[in-house]
Design a protein around this ligand. Structure first.
Ligand code: EPU
Length: 350
């Protein structure tokens, strides 16, 4: 099993930050991983698992052994009257997988079109967009325990999904004892796509599109096209402008805290949740603090969506992870001073 030395990670992180991996192994199969684990220094080497690098801020060179997950393959496992069971390797590109399922006639993932990253990274932060989260279509996943080399499978309950959260984001010694961060890699993910297909159109911008149809029911392809159009209109394409999607999670507050904020800022965008709490639009708050389009060093706030931090440098002189984090901290401070809310970053800081 080849371990490459001094590998540039710039093409492998969607921010386009320049950093090197001292050691990097490309994992194209379960056997690759087991061969790597059989090497004598495996147990003492710290590891970093890399999918599409679209939810990550690199603040320097990576000393840990980088496991770049490149396991491919996608297939239909079962077709029943009630739905389709589809599987993909962790290294498949998420958007290509979504488009492929649709082309095969197995809809259900279209609201999550164009989310950057790989299939294997999708459960880690329970990706979601336009009213659908990964957990709504998830069936199960396979992984390998990096301590024991044993294969395992987890169902949705065992993954402990939450809003942009799962057991894979928590360290093993976390209070949630199921934590698996750094302890396991995801190798394959299975999705259950229910039949008959029902469009999920609850999100305001999709509701507007439906209104234009004057009563006709949209096709899965139409929903896919709408989602792509909406995303392209307000989110930067990481191939053109480096970014990691939403940089902060939308915070949840009590109805009392929300009422207090509304009393001072009546326009604050907020959504009541089924459990009685209220979700606030972090993008709106950052925008209200005047950050949209602002730049600090070579990092900036996207001019069409204040929740997205972007690389304002060039390919030769990209922004650094330090610049991104300095900007992020300045934003956190001003949002805290105005709204009393501590914004929590969504990407992993390495
Ligand atoms: N808003 C502003 N100014 C801004 C940004 C947003 O006023 O600069 C307002 C919008 O007008 C809207 C509200 O804030 O009323 C929410 O904005 P938007 O609909 O763009 O969604 P979001 O809450 O900012 C979330 C996800 C996105 C996902 C979209 C669509 C999080 C952290 N982000 O963004 O996910 O695509 O909803 O479902 O939950 C990601 O996680 O990387 C991501 C892009």
């Amino acid at each position: 099993m080849l371990v490459e030395k001094q590998v540039s990670l710039q093409p492998y992180n969607s921010f386009g930050i320049s950093a090197r991996a001292q050691k990097l192994a490309r994992i194209t199969s379960e056997d690759d991983l087991l061969a790597l684990m059989a090497q004598p220094d495996w147990t003492v080497t710290p590891r970093l698992i890399l999918g599409g690098g679209s939810n990550m801020v690199l603040t320097g060179d990576v000393k840990a052994l980088v496991l770049k997950m490149e396991i491919k393959g996608r297939r239909l496992l079962d077709a029943q009257e009630k739905g389709w069971l589809v599987e993909a390797g962790a290294g498949e590109v998420w958007h290509d997988f979504v488009a492929w399922t649709l082309a095969q006639g197995w809809p259900g993932l279209e609201n999550m079109a164009l989310i950057p990253g790989t299939v294997g990274a999708a459960p880690v932060q329970n990706i979601g967009a336009y009213g659908v989260e990964l957990q709504d279509r998830f069936h199960s996943l396979d992984g390998i325990d990096l301590e024991t080399g044993r294969s395992f499978s987890l169902d949705a309950a065992q993954c402990g999904f939450g809003y942009r959260d799962s057991v894979f984001k928590h360290a093993p010694d976390d209070s949630r004892s199921l934590g698996m961060a750094g302890r396991a890699v995801i190798t394959r993910v299975r999705f259950w796509l229910p039949r008959p297909w029902k469009p999920e159109l609850g999100y305001l911008e999709l509701e507007r599109k439906v209104a234009e149809l004057a009563g006709a029911v949209p096709s899965p392809q139409q929903v896919f096209d709408w989602v792509c159009e909406i995303r392209r209109s307000k989110l930067p394409d990481p191939a053109v402008i480096g970014n990691a999607g939403s940089f902060f999670k939308n915070p949840t507050v009590t109805p009392e805290q929300c009422a207090d904020i509304i009393a001072r800022d009546p326009k604050v965008v907020h959504y009541p949740l089924p459990d009685g709490s209220v979700k606030l639009a972090a993008g709106w708050m950052i925008d209200a603090c005047g950050w949209k389009g602002k730049t600090m060093g070579h990092a900036g706030v996207y001019e069409k969506q204040a929740l997205v931090l972007i690389n304002k440098g060039t390919a030769e002189h990209p922004c650094t992870g330090g610049e991104v984090m300095t900007l992020a901290k300045a934003i956190q401070t001003s949002v805290y001073e105005r709204f009393g809310i501590r914004l929590e970053p969504e990407p992993v800081v390495v």
